[in-house]
Design a protein around this ligand. Structure first.
Ligand SMILES: Cc1ncc(COP(=O)(O)O)c(C=O)c1O
Length: 411
């Protein structure tokens, strides 16, 4: 029997790639609007958007045009010379986030590494000015910041860290939303408190207002930095440019990535003028980061989010999605919690097996989503998702949970 194209690719990858991924057996070859298209031409409703990346969906004309236009002009130069894009993008981002300065990287984890370096360098600067401040980093339980050494060391799950031990020293974890634990672990040994405003991989867990307020107040009391990772929650996904804006909190440093350049790899560190004093020429750098192509596309993404009022749209469709999930939870007790903001949504189930089964059953129905933190169904759809897509999703979940309840009853 002749092997399909997918079979051939699976066999080649099994032989040639490092075994880091357990892929679903689907070969995607295209995409349009909120749909992915496989090699047979079948369409899949995408509620994951490449893990929070494809905010404008697939084949969006603004992105295609920006790529075509910029690639004809200049794809790469280097950070040794000027090009037209970085200041343009930094202007847009600083205005929208309340920050003063930017540095551009190629990914989320690289942005986070840079933010950690800023924290240590800033503490060093303060010490040189006579302040007493140490080098310790306080991160949170259930956090996820990436896979490079600093990011991994500030990520709470042991399975991501232990095989590569020892990690970066001086990191301590605080119990999530536990103000007393934060107070107990904070001292002038700490140079930064590290949080996600809404934890993503950790199971769509929003910080409490009280915890966020306390983190801001403690950091300000010693000159330590409050660093907020908005890599998953930023760029309008939650209805604001950054999720911290829902809390009325202004961090010293924030990081963006995922949807920033519409699928072209890019991350950003944004910080205050005060923090920017910590870096001088040569202290940090990148060959590819902030290249002309990524900057041009990121500007187009921001302009489209603005022009098409997509932050209002993520709020509206997100509220509808959350409400429909809550109604579904009244019918199916396997849903034990529904959390989120805008189009960053989690539905926690009562078992990891059911969560896994649900993702697989949704895929059979041509709906792409995933499960995080074992039991949490995670929805990170493109910002252009419509209410009708939510209805399709809720109907599919209803069918799956009804079938599951029937199977449980007869078992
Ligand atoms: C909150 C957060 N920080 C950092 C990262 C790492 O980003 P990247 O995978 O682009 O390195 C992720 C990725 O999922 C994330 O969700």
């Amino acid at each position: 029997m002749e092997l399909t194209k997918l079979d051939q690719i699976r066999a080649a990858e099994a032989r040639l790639l490092l075994p880091t991924y357990d892929r679903n057996p689907i070969l995607f070859v295209g995409g349009e609007n909120v749909y992915l298209i496989d090699e047979k031409g079948d369409r899949y409703l995408d509620l994951l958007s490449g893990i929070g990346v494809n905010a404008l969906g697939y084949s969006h004309p603004a992105i295609l045009e920006a790529i075509a236009k910029q690639s004809r002009k200049l794809i790469h130069t280097s950070n040794l010379f000027y090009h037209e894009g970085q200041a343009e993008l930094a202007q847009r981002l600083t205005e929208r986030t309340g920050m003063d300065r930017a540095f551009f990287s190629n990914s989320g984890t690289e942005a986070w590494e840079g933010a950690l370096k800023l924290a240590r360098a800033h503490a060093g600067l303060l010490r040189s000015e006579g302040k007493q401040i140490g080098t310790k980093l306080l991160a949170l339980d259930h956090s996820f910041h990436g896979r490079t050494f600093g990011s991994m060391s500030t990520t709470s799950k042991a399975k991501y860290r232990e095989p590569f031990a020892p990690g970066v020293p001086g990191v301590e974890f605080v119990r999530f939303n536990d103000v007393a634990d934060l107070r107990a672990k904070f001292s002038n040994e700490v140079c930064a408190i590290l949080v996600e405003a809404i934890q993503g991989e950790g199971g769509i867990r929003p910080l409490s207002q009280e915890f966020f307020n306390e983190a801001r107040a403690l950091a300000s009391s010693t000159g330590a930095l409050l660093i907020v990772d908005e890599i998953q929650s930023g760029m309008g996904r939650t209805g604001k440019w950054c999720a911290y804006q829902h809390y009325g909190i202004q961090p010293d440093v924030t990081t963006l990535a995922k949807p920033l350049a519409g699928g072209i790899p890019m991350g950003a560190i944004l910080c205050t003028e005060e923090v920017s004093r910590s870096f001088h020429a040569g202290m940090h750098g990148t060959t590819f980061g902030g290249g002309p192509l990524a900057c041009a596309v990121a500007c187009a993404v921001i302009d489209t989010i603005e022009k098409d009022h997509l932050r209002d749209h993520t709020t509206d469709v997100g509220n509808y999605f959350l409400a429909q999930l809550r109604v579904l939870a009244l019918r199916h007790s396997v849903i034990i919690d529904v959390r989120g903001q805008g189009l960053m949504i989690g539905a926690e189930l009562d078992s990891a097996d059911l969560a896994k089964l649900t993702v697989a059953e949704m895929l059979k129905r041509h709906i792409v989503m995933n499960c995080t933190s074992d039991t949490v169904l995670r929805f990170l759809p493109p910002f252009i998702l419509q209410r009708a897509h939510v209805d399709t999703t809720i109907q599919a979940l209803d069918e799956i949970f009804t079938e599951h309840a029937a199977t449980r009853a007869t078992a």
